[in-house]
Design a protein around this ligand. Sequence first.
Ligand SMILES: [Zn+2]
Length: 427
Amino acid sequence: MNRIALTHLRLLDGVTREAQDDVVLIIQGKRIAWIGPRDACSLHCSDRVYDLQGAYVLPGLWDMHSHLDFRLIPDSAGQPSLAESTLFAYRRALTCLDAGVTSLRVVGTQGGLDFALRDGINCGEYLGPRIFTAGPGLASTGGHGAIQGQGYDGPYEFRRAARDVVYQGADLVKVMVTGGIVGRHEAFDALQTMGDEVQAAVEVAHLWGRHVAGHIASAQAAVMCAELGMDTIEHGYALDRHALQVMKDHGVIYVPTLVVTDDPSYWSEVGLPDWAVTKVKQAAKSHRRAVETALEMGVPIALGSDLPTPFVNGTIGVVREMEALAKLGAAPRDLIVWATQTPALLFGLARDLGTLETGKLADLIAVPQDPYSAVRHLNDVRFVMKDGRVIRDILTNSAGSPLLAGYLEHERKERVEHGSRKDDSCL
Ligand SMILES: [Zn+2]
C-alpha cells in the first residue's frame, strides 16, 4: 500500500503542550503509521510526499451541534421535499469537510437523510465528514422542534420514541426540553418536556449505549436533566451558577453554541424572522453570562455552532464559536481540545480520533500560522485530510489533485471576496 508522507510541518498533536518542529507524518491507508523528526525518517521512493512548508498541523475539527437540513426559507417558498433537503444537506456536509470540520455531531435532522448520508460516507461510496447523528430530536406535542406540532406525550411515548430512533440508527438521542429561539409562542424558561419523559428517554438511550443531548435554555431544566443523567446540555441561554455546578458535579458537558446570540445582525441578514431575532437579542446577555461563569468554574465544554451556514465571512461556525469564547477569555489550546479531544472522548472514540498519534485515524488540518497563539488562524485552513485522504490542498505544490478542488474552492473565494453572509439556501 502506498504511503503518504507529510513533511516540513509543525505538529500540534493535542498531547504535547508545545508545537514540535520539523516533524514528518507517515500515513498508511487510513491511519498514521509513523510520527517523528525529519532526520529519523526514511522515506520510500513510492511515498507521495506533501511538503507542508512549515504549517501547523492539528487534529481535524468537530462541530458538535449541527443540523444538516436546517435553513431559513420564506413561508411563501413552501417546504422543500426530502430529496431537495438531502442534496442540500450533502452539500453542507461537504463544505464543512472542505473547511476542516472532519466530524459532525448532528442533533436534529428530518426524514432519515442523516442516516443515509452517514452510512453512504462510512462505507466509502460518498466523500464527506464523519457524521454522528441523533436523527430527529424528540419533542413533546407542540414543543420546540416538533414538526407541525407533532410530538410525544408521557414517559411511554418518549420511551418508544427513543427506542425508535435508536432502531433507525441514531448514534445519540436528542431531547428538546425547553423552549428556544425558533418558536414563536414559547418562552426560554417554558419547560416542555417533563422529568418523567426525559428520564424515560435517558434510560433507553443509556441502555443502548447512546449518550443524550438536551436542548435546554433554563437553569431549572438544566438542573433537572443533569440529575437525570443527561450527558450534554446544549445552548443553556439562562444557566446560573447553581445549574452549572450541578452540571459539573454530574460530569455533564456544556455545548454553549454562543455564536447563536453573539451577533444578532447575522440572523437578520440570513433571514430569520424579526420575532426570532428579538428572542436572540433577549437571550444574548444571560447567555454570555452563563458562558462566562462556565469558563470561570471549569465546566467541561464541547464546541458546537448551531449555525445554518458553514461559512460565515469566509469561515465556519465552529471557528466562529471559538472566537466568541476566546473573547470571554478561553485559551486557544483549550478551545482546540474542546473541538477535538472532548468530542472523541464523549463518543468513546479516543483510541482513534481527537489527537494525532501513531495508530490513530489520519483526520487532520494545516494552517500557516500558530492557532495556539490565536484561534482566528483556524479561519485559514489550507490542507485537510480525512481518513488518510487529501481533501483540500491549497498549501503544497503536490501534483496530486485534492478531492474537493474546483467547485467548492470557487464558491469559498466568492464568499470571502464579496463578504457574503447569505445562507446556502439562496444559492
Ligand atoms: Zn440546534
